[in-house]
Unconditional design. Sequence first.
Lengths: 222, 222
Amino acid sequence: IRKVLVIGAGQFGRALALGLVEGGADVSVLDPREDRIAVLSSRISQAIIGSGTDVRVLRGLDVETFDQVVNAIGEESLEASIVCTQLLRELGAKEVIARVVSDLHKRIVESLGATRTIHPEEHTAKTLARRIARPELRSELELAEGARLLELALPEKWIGKTLADVDLRKRYGVTVVAVRTGSEGGRRLVPSPSPEDPLVRGDELMVVGPKDGMDRVLKELG
Amino acid sequence: IRKVLVIGAGQFGRALALGLVEGGADVSVLDPREDRIAVLSSRISQAIIGSGTDVRVLRGLDVETFDQVVNAIGEESLEASIVCTQLLRELGAKEVIARVVSDLHKRIVESLGATRTIHPEEHTAKTLARRIARPELRSELELAEGARLLELALPEKWIGKTLADVDLRKRYGVTVVAVRTGSEGGRRLVPSPSPEDPLVRGDELMVVGPKDGMDRVLKELG
C-alpha cells in the first residue's frame, strides 16, 4: 500500500486525498484549518491540524517515511508553497509533488528539488480549449514518448468510405485501433476494425500514432 | 472559425484563451484588471477591460453572437460567477461553460442554465490521484458511454506470456489495441498486436473496454 502525505486541504488537496483513498492508498492530510481537516478525518488514516511551513510539525510527521508527499498549498500563498517544498527536501522526503500556480512558481519549486509539478488550472484549461476549438475531437490522451491517442467523431467526408480508403496509416503513420459504432443504446466498440468495413455516420474512431502524424490528421479535417 | 468569449483572465481563463487561439478559434477576453488584459491583448482578437457582472458591458459585447461563452470567474468570487452566469443566459448566450469551485457552485450555475461546468482542481486531482495510487497505470482516458482506455506498464506476472495466454478479452471483455515495445530510443508502437508474440519487460499495453472490465483488470494487478 502506498503511503501518501497531502499538505493543504483546499479544493485540490481535498479532492486528491479522497481520490487516493478510493485508489487504495494510505493517506494523511495536514492543514492549519480545523474545518478543512474535520470533513476529511473520518475518511483518511491521519488528519492533522497544523501548518506545512512549520518545521516542527513536518519533523513530527516523519515525512521521509511516505512514498509521496504532495505539496498542495499553491492556492493560498506562493511563499508558503516554497517554504514547504524546501523543508520537505531538507527533511528527506522521497518524492515531492508540488501544485503550482504559474510558470515561475514551477521553476522555483523545481529548483528546490520538487520531483514533479502540477498546475490544475493550466492542465484543465488545455483540455477544455482543445474540446471547444475541435468539437470533432471527443477526447485525447498524451501517451509516452510523443505518441498520442485521439477519439474522433467520424468526419462528414469519410462517411461511406472504408478504413482502407481513408488509409491513415500510409498517409500519416497513424492507426485506427478501434471504432465505436451502432445506434444509441446498442453501441459497441469494435477493436482492430476491418479495413474493408464501411464507416457510417455516428461512428467514432480511436486513432493512435505519433504526435506529428496526428496533427496532420487534424489539419486534414480542417 | 469558432468565436469564443472568455470572461475572467485569471490562471484558468488565460491558459484557456491561449489554448483556444492555438486551436484556431477567434477569442475575446473580458477582465476588469488592466494588467491581465494587457498581457493577452497582442495574442487575441478582442481584449476588453470590464466586469463580467456588469450588464451594460455584457450587452455591449453581443454575447449571443459567440459560439461559446466561458465564465472563468470562479476563482475570485462565487457571487460574481453566479451573477455573470445569470446575465449571460438573460442576454441569450448560446452556450455557457462555467468554471466552478465546488459541488454546490456547480449545482447553482447548472440551475441557472450553464450548459457545461468544469472544476479544474477536482479534474486534475482525480488524474493525479490515479497516477499516484496506481503507478502501473501510465495514463487513462474516459471514452464515451462507459468505455475506457488504459495505458498500462506490463505487470511483472505477464512478462514472457503472450496476449493469448493473458486472454483479457475472454476474461474481462477488454482488448489490447496496441503495444509499445523496444528499448529506449528505439521504441515503437505496434497496433493490433499479434496474440502470439511474447510480452517483454518494459512493454506498455493500450487496453480498451468497458469500465467494469477495466476495473477487474486493475484488481487482478493488485
